[in-house]
Design a protein around this ligand. Structure first.
Ligand code: SF4
Ligand code: SF4
Length: 182
């Protein structure tokens, strides 16, 4: 017997206070999503899947590529007539997926290392330090030669600063990261 507290529908509501039942499947979120073509199911389908509240469907969501392909642009939220914060739901689902070790195999190769590299740049500099992100990403994926010519061209054009531009008061940032980790 499945403990209903563990189904995503209830967890999303209890943990981040979003009621997915408000979704009435108008499809506006997926129609505006710039990366829906790369998702295994779109945001509106995902909302319906969460609403169903079945363990087997929850697992499909946590194993999906959809939750890693999302670029958190917020277009879905701005278009949703019910103001459902899909990027926040997706962030939460990523966390659940990692906790349960259900990361999508395809995403695990490139997307998840990129997420870690991106987050570490924010954590240590407070900004996106492109060279830092690229070096960490390449070390994580062993994908050393991808986009090298593009990087060189950007460097020549002065688009890739050698040193990070670190923000003041980084301790506020570490507070957020510690809180999130908890
Ligand atoms: S936040 Fe994610 S799901 Fe929403 S429109 Fe942007 S990419 Fe698509
Ligand atoms: S836009 Fe909002 S109400 Fe419409 S399908 Fe997407 S989440 Fe549901």
């Amino acid at each position: 017997m499945v403990d209903k507290k563990n189904i995503l529908r209830v967890k999303v509501s209890n943990s981040i206070g979003i009621n997915v039942d408000k979704c009435y499947q108008c499809g506006k979120c997926s129609a505006g999503c710039p990366v829906s073509g790369n998702m295994d199911f779109t945001s509106s389908v995902m909302m319906r899947m969460i609403q169903i509240g079945e363990e087997i469907i929850d697992k499909q969501i946590l194993r999906s590529q959809t939750i890693w392909v999302c670029i958190s642009c917020g277009i879905c939220l701005s278009r949703c007539p019910m103001e459902i914060d899909i990027p926040e739901i997706i962030d939460y689902l990523r966390q659940c997926s990692l906790e349960k070790k259900m990361q999508n195999k395809k995403s695990e190769r490139n997307i998840i290392p990129f997420h870690y590299s991106f987050l570490n740049s924010i954590k240590y500099t407070g900004r996106i330090y492109e060279i830092g992100v690229a070096v960490e990403y390449k070390l994580r994926t062993f994908n050393f030669f991808q986009d090298l010519s593009l990087a060189f061209y950007m460097f020549i054009k002065g688009k890739l600063p050698l040193f990070p531009n670190i923000i003041k008061n980084r301790k506020h940032l570490s507070f957020f990261f510690k809180k999130y980790k908890k």
